[in-house]
Design a protein around this ligand. Sequence first.
Ligand code: OXD
Ligand code: MN
Length: 616
Amino acid sequence: MDNPEQILDEAGIHNSYVREYVQTWAQITQPAKIEVINAEDDDRLLAESLAEGEILPVEGDRYYSRSYWKDTARSEERTVVATDSPADAGLYNNWRDAEETEKIQIERMRGASRGKTMYVIPYLMSPPGCPLEKYARGVELTDSRTVVHHMIRMARVGVKYLENLPDPDHFVRAVHVTGDLENLGQGTAHDRRLFATVASRRTILHFGSSYGGNALLGKIAHGLRLASYDGWVSKKFLGEQFMLIGITDRKTGRKYHICGGFPSASGKTNLAMMLPPDALGERYTVEFYGDDIVWLWVNPDDGRVYGMNPEFGAFGVAKDTNETTNPTALASLAPGTKVLFTNVAYNENTHEVWWEGRTPEPPADVTGWRDWKGQLISERPAERQRSGAKEDSWAHPNSRFTTTLANVPNVAPDFERPEGVPIDAIIFGGRVRDREPLIRALRSLPEGVYDGLTLGAEATFAAEGKDGVLRYDPMSMRPFMSYPEGEYARHWLRIIGAARHKPIFAHVNWFMRDTDGRFIWPGYRDNIRPLLWLMDLKEGRAKGVETPVGIVPDPAELNLTGMDISAADLERLLHIDEAKWKTEMARREEHLSAFRDLPEEIMQAHREVLAKLEHR
Ligand code: OXD
Ligand code: MN
């Protein structure tokens, strides 16, 4: 093995805690080499990865990687949160004992990087100078160069972020070991993968994958699970799976910031990167801050809630990304952007990429095209080459693109503002066929938190569960919850409750259908319209209509300029179907009753809605 002391000296790592951490884990995992990473190393590393065939070139200085075929998504069953206190066990966090979990992981990782390089990636999950910077520092150790390429795009990476710290021991120790992917028993009773956030020790130990959220530890493990735990323990902030946008009204000069949570497959990235419809484009601009994570805290100086996206890039789902759904994402992947594509289809002759929904049909000429598993399309039976059937898809349904925030054309000019941005609204949006109106606003904090806790999306065939049945996903944090749900609700009430000027809460739903299955609301760029109404409501320019489940727009209050929608459709989009809501309330009762020690304010908010529904 390389001499770690010498390598750390040469890399300019003087932080003795970082040095000790690297040396300890090098002893355990036994890599052949150690290399310290700065963002500037990207080009050299790309050349090395290309030379080794770990990544393939995509035309226009872009790159392609294929992950092992059994390693293409986050694994919720194999993900745990470990702490030193059994009282931290919640319904969703898969709690484990910290000591035991560390022991298990050390044994699994022992010698598991033999023959490989251990990359040392110092990183920061915030803009430098942010009030929460203390919680944003980490050092990932990984034995995968592809993970390094992703980390350089998804986090701020460099030795400078971990030197000369006020508290040099305060950084997240994030160890990723790929393991022998062909012999891990994925999905069997002997599955050896384990993805553990040892939250009380600020340590992340992930073994048995080189894919996405299992392996890029700054994003989900640190940015969500550990950050939400840190925010709770410190009583300082919230770490949420939220998007964040800014909307500027050029007529008044006002800029609004809206963040919110959407369960997967509910259009969060598309909303985050949205543009205003042409008819409103003169007056409004929409700016992108982030599509996946927001940390929220209160600024005592002005009493407002502030939010910032800790990430440096976006790891977006490729499927169905096209000129209509998300032109901004496509532009962020244009030639010259150095983006990475993972598990999409790849043409080995032309170095193009394609995924389902990129164009209505796959390329007509299949020559040179390989699917996400690396199989030539031309070797399939003719009827399965371009069938459009799910089992014949060219790209994996969870294939991804990795682009930096700066590549997104409408990224906010102040996206790196260290103080974050003041938040005007917090929205939750599910995917519900026929009950949730287009938008309903909630005036009080307990109602807003209650609404977040009862957020859900109807299962699609892609997700587990029965089609059309609501799967609750509180605040879209179900897979990332790190401490008990009752405490989580209490912490929300505490943090936002400390603000003198609170954001308004709202629930949105772009997915209402008529009896023929047609989507009633066009969605995408038009989604700005209900959000503008929400700002009007907040600032007293609109009054809305009170319903038992919140305030919905009076149709006349929605700015529908340039939009062709019938009065009947509008009526349906804003209608509250009380019978359906009553059924839903019974389900909610059951859902909430599974959470230990929920604050009384939340149950009170639930009872108030119930009473209003019953007394109509
Ligand atoms: C996720 C992601 O899995 O953002 O939620 O990658
Ligand atoms: Mn996510």
